[in-house]
Design a protein around this ligand. Structure first.
Ligand SMILES: [Zn+2]
Length: 203
C-alpha cells in the first residue's frame, strides 16, 4: 500500500516515492518536510513540560514586580498581587489574574501531561475525549500571552494611578518562560499519536 502524506504547510496530499525509507521526505510542491508523526513528539513534550514545571516554582515564589512610592518599595508575587487586588475590592481583576496566571498554566501543564502519559500507557482510553482535550489546549494557546499582558496592564494601572513606579522583577521572566514553554509543549505534542494502535510500529 502506498503511504499518503498531507503537507502541514501547503495542504498538498502526495504519495511517498518508493525507495529508501531513511531519506527525509519533502512536499513536492513547497518542499516542507513530511512526517508520519512529528519527530520525537513525546520526548519534546515531556522535556518542555518538565522545564515549565521547574520554572513555575520561581514564577510564583519570586516577586513579579516591585512598586515604589515616595515612602517605600513593595515587592509583589503573583499570589500577593491577587490578594491585594481582592482586598482592594477589585474582584474582577483579581479573578482575571488568578485564572490567567495560576489556573490556566497549571491546567495546561496537567492536560498535556495526561495526553502524553496516555499515549504511552493507556493508548486505547477515551480517544475521542482526548482529541477534544487537545483541541481545547491548542485553542487556549492563542490566549496564553494574556497572562503576561495582565501583568503589563497591572504595571500600567499602578504607574498612571498614583505617584508611583513599577519595576519588573525576575519572577516575571520565569513566568513568561513558563508561558512560552507550555506553548512549545503543546506544539510538540502530535495529536495523531492519540489514534495510533498499541501494536503499530513507531515510525
Ligand atoms: Zn507543501
Amino acid at each position: 500500500m502506498t503511504a499518503l502524506y498531507g503537507c502541514e504547510c501547503c495542504g498538498l496530499v502526495s504519495a511517498a516515492p518508493a525507495g529508501d525509507a531513511q531519506v527525509q521526505l519533502r512536499c513536492p510542491r513547497c518542499a516542507h518536510p513530511l512526517h508520519d508523526e512529528k519527530p520525537h513528539s513525546l520526548q519534546k513534550t515531556w522535556a518542555y513540560l518538565a522545564a515549565s514545571v521547574l520554572l513555575y516554582i520561581p514564577a510564583n515564589a519570586l516577586p513579579v514586580m516591585t512598586t515604589s512610592n515616595l515612602f517605600r518599595d513593595t515587592s509583589h508575587t503573583i499570589a500577593s498581587g491577587i490578594a491585594e487586588l481582592w482586598a482592594s475590592d477589585s474582584w474582577g481583576l483579581a479573578i482575571i489574574v488568578f485564572v490567567a496566571s495560576i489556573a490556566v498554566p497549571l491546567l495546561k501543564i496537567g492536560t498535556l501531561a495526561l495526553l502524553a502519559w496516555s499515549v504511552q500507557y493507556a493508548p486505547g482510553w477515551r480517544r475521542f475525549e482526548r482529541a477534544r482535550l487537545y483541541r481545547i489546549v491548542e485553542g487556549v494557546g492563542h490566549w496564553s500571552m494574556l497572562d503576561v499582558y495582565v501583568v503589563v496592564l497591572l504595571a500600567g494601572i499602578v504607574q498612571f494611578g498614583r505617584l508611583a513606579n513599577v519595576h519588573p522583577e525576575p519572577g516575571l521572566l520565569a513566568f513568561a518562560a513558563v508561558v512560552v514553554l507550555t506553548m512549545l509543549a503543546a506544539r510538540s505534542f502530535d495529536p495523531r499519536l492519540i489514534w495510533r494502535e498499541p501494536d503499530e510500529p513507531t515510525p
